[in-house]
Design a protein around this ligand. Structure first.
Ligand SMILES: [Zn+2]
Length: 410
């Protein structure tokens, strides 16, 4: 007999079935219609009342170290270019009244309240700050380890080859807790694609970690680096461990060239993460998926030095991506949801994912009849569970996770 610690009853699944979900030892152990009454367990039951139950969301691209969450409103201070934003970071971030750890923690709590169970954040590594921002984000990760998992990318935002010493810092970052190596626009920022890509891939290969490379470069310039990234991924045996962030070029070239790039990425197992950027070209999500490219999504900038927008809500982000990609039918909106859930989990290497027996009990409940409605309307999350404990309720983060006991009143 399967031992159950708690049942969630009357749960609406994405496929429309109304089921009971049994949780034991941080995992889902039963999913079935009428499973709770049929069980001889005397486990406590929490009636979900027919609300939709969905797996914990996956934010595949964030910048926890840049957020201004928790501070009084600050107007956007950078100029119109990417370089201006990079330089403005260096004048603002060191002088904020809250530390990297505090601001990252503020944003983590917001994300958890929105149903996020897993996230990947980039953290700036540069000559001015060394690995201090990494240390701040690692401290926040440790503080909230029983609410969310955090993958950290060592991100050379200012460039690599134009600042000798950054490669050494990236290596140091991986030795000190970063999970992946980052990169940025090898031509546009560094004007040395071979130097940057050889350098960051060597670090990844040496430590056996993956890479996640920001590629904002447009058109042919971007396509050139997509090819270079895919070549190195295959040559170094890193298939399935490399992500291109943004890849705006894929949406700014002819369909034939985009299709060729998609085939190259699929063959190399290089995934793409998008956030549906405003004012920039959108990678063709459906074509890329059809070609076999793993596409996932993240919020990117959330009320930070790069953008005043963003709430951390991944369902809202999925709606924005769907709007930008012109997804209208339910099956298209479900694609937008997949980007912030199962596809993200595959990209981040999270194996025990989903509302299924054996998966971690990371889930949320929401008043919506189906996935498309949850994305389009994205009302607040009623309950958020991480490893079987309630970590947020009615859109609010809980100071301490709650274990569901027999006297629990929702
Ligand atoms: Zn980014």
């Amino acid at each position: 007999m399967t031992t159950v610690d708690v049942f969630l009853t009357n749960c609406r699944l994405a496929d429309g079935r109304l089921v009971d979900i049994g949780v034991a030892d941080r995992k889902i152990v039963i999913v079935g219609e009428g499973a709770a009454p049929a069980s001889s367990n005397s486990a406590p039951a929490l009636d979900i009342g027919g609300d939709l139950v969905l797996p914990g969301l996956v934010d595949g691209h964030m910048h926890l170290d840049k957020t201004l969450t928790g501070l009084p409103w600050m107007g956007h201070a950078a100029g119109p270019t990417r370089i201006s934003r990079i330089e403005t970071d260096k004048t603002i971030l060191p002088h904020l009244p809250l530390s990297t750890e505090e601001r990252a923690g503020n944003l983590i709590r917001v994300c958890v309240a929105g149903g996020t169970s897993h996230l990947r954040t980039h953290v700036d590594i540069d000559l001015e700050s060394g690995i201090t921002k990494l240390e701040g984000v690692i401290a926040a990760r440790e503080c909230y380890r029983d609410r969310v998992t955090v993958q950290i990318v060592a991100f050379p935002q200012s460039g690599v080859m134009r600042y000798p010493g950054v490669l050494d810092l990236l290596d140091e970052a991986v030795r000190n807790g970063a999970d992946l190596v980052g990169g940025i626009d090898p031509l546009e920022i560094d004007r040395d694609p071979k130097g940057q890509l050889d350098g960051i891939f060597a670090i990844a290969a040496r430590h056996g970690v993956g890479l996640d490379i920001h590629l904002h470069e447009p058109g042919e310039m971007g396509l050139f680096n997509v090819q270079e990234i895919c070549d190195r991924t295959k040559a170094l045996g890193l298939v399935g461990k490399v992500t291109i962030s943004h890849g705006f070029c894929l949406g700014g070239v002819t369909e034939r060239k985009a299709a060729e790039a998609a085939a190259t990425m699929a063959e190399a197992g290089v995934s793409l993460v998008t956030h549906g950027a405003g004012g920039l070209t959108m990678p063709p999500v459906e074509m890329l998926r059809a070609a076999g490219v793993l596409v996932f999504a993240g919020n990117d900038a959330i009320r930070d030095t790069w953008s005043p927008y963003g709430t951390g809500d991944l369902l809202e982000r999925a709606a924005m991506i769907g709007w930008k990609a012109d997804f209208r039918r339910d099956n298209q909106v479900e694609v937008a949801f997949d980007l912030v859930s199962a596809a993200g989990a595959r990209a981040l290497g999270i194996g025990d994912y989903g509302i299924a027996v054996g998966a971690a009990a990371n889930l949320f409940t929401i008043t919506a009849s189906c996935v498309a409605e949850a994305v389009a309307a994205h009302p607040s999350r009623k309950l958020v569970l991480f490893e079987g404990k309630i970590v947020a309720r009615d859109g609010a983060f809980l100071a301490a996770p709650i274990r569901i006991a027999s006297d629990f009143v929702a």
